[in-house]
Design a protein around this ligand. Structure first.
Ligand code: BMA
Length: 308
């Protein structure tokens, strides 16, 4: 197994949250001032989602803050687009601040919001950075020819949902969009794929953990895979690992709010070359596993499938 599940999974559940929620899942995690900060999604008891904050000294044992970190905006330009909830945050650090991308749901569809924080005490919404029918936006923690870059996942009726890249000079206006990775027919990711954790810089390329979905008679199965992007030109995919790196196997991944789901929004690289990978189990609990960064890069390179 390329990922070792932590023996005390799940690491966070609704019972750890001091306000009423039905789930704790799909969390972004990043290190801040020596602590691991986790922004997790919870379904409220009306079925709509909010984002909570938990923190930890070791990345495994988290304590949840008394109040949610982000709830749907009540006024201003975001309110109309967050009416149905805020979901699946991803966090990166750049230029002195943390950038949080999240899905904003409303009667108009799902689009992506970008919020910023410096200290995880206060949060400021910056901009809605896509129109409707986008999810899973991860921003690279680096610039390319002066431009920010993101992986995104527009919906499509004609072609299976795929990973695209877009660029921006200011985080607000995005363009130069290009399709870079597609699902493969009769493969574990044949139905749709989407970016997972924000990409991690390695000496051999940007390592990107993504999710892939396979349709079965019993509903969809969500698994995780890895891809490697060129260091200087992230629209070029060097290799995609052919096999999944994680699939639902434990009880807390097979049954929950939505069964057979492992869904990743975060991975934290450590100085010793290990990596902590966080995933939601069955849309209900938070889990962690560890792996080795170079082993994951080898996993892409040794047995690759075509990106397109
Ligand atoms: C996706 C999103 C994720 C969720 C997954 C599995 O479409 O809604 O937030 O984890 O389905 O239910």
């Amino acid at each position: 197994m390329i990922i070792q599940r932590y023996k005390n999974n799940p690491i966070l559940t609704k019972d750890d949250v001091p306000y009423p929620v039905a789930t704790v899942h799909n969390a972004g995690v990043i290190k801040h001032s020596g602590k691991y900060m986790m922004l997790f999604r919870s379904h409220k008891l009306n079925g709509r989602s909010i984002i909570g904050l938990a923190e930890s000294d070791d990345g495994f044992n988290f304590k949840v803050h008394e109040k949610p970190f982000m709830v749907p905006a009540k006024e201003g330009e975001f309110a109309e687009y967050e009416e149905y909830g805020v979901e699946d945050p991803r966090i990166i650090y750049m230029e002195g601040e943390y950038l949080i991308t999240y899905s904003a749901y409303s009667r108009h569809g799902v689009r992506i919001g970008l919020a910023k924080t410096k200290d995880f005490q206060t949060v400021e919404r910056f901009s809605l950075i896509t129109e409707a029918d986008y999810r899973n936006v991860v921003i690279f923690p680096g610039k390319f020819n002066g431009l920010y870059a993101r992986l995104d996942r527009p919906h499509s009726e004609i072609s299976p949902w795929s990973v695209w890249i877009s660029y921006s000079p200011d985080l607000k206006y995005w363009g130069e969009s290009k399709l870079i990775m597609k699902p493969v027919k009769y493969h574990w990711d044949e139905m749709k794929i989407g970016p997972g954790a924000p990409p991690i810089k390695t000496s051999r390329g940007w390592l990107s953990i993504y999710h892939g979905v396979f349709p079965t008679m019993d509903g969809s199965v969500y698994r995780l895979g890895v891809a490697l992007h060129d260091l200087n030109n992230p629209s070029k995919i060097i290799a995609v690992g052919d096999d999944w790196i994680l699939q639902p196997e434990e009880v807390y991944e097979i049954t929950g709010y939505v069964h057979n789901v492992v869904f990743c929004c975060a991975a934290v690289p450590e100085d010793d070359g290990s990596i902590k990978i966080y995933w939601g189990g069955a849309d209900k609990v938070m889990c962690i596993g560890t792996s080795n960064i170079e082993n994951l890069v080898d996993f892409c390179l040794n047995n690759p499938r075509k990106p397109l």
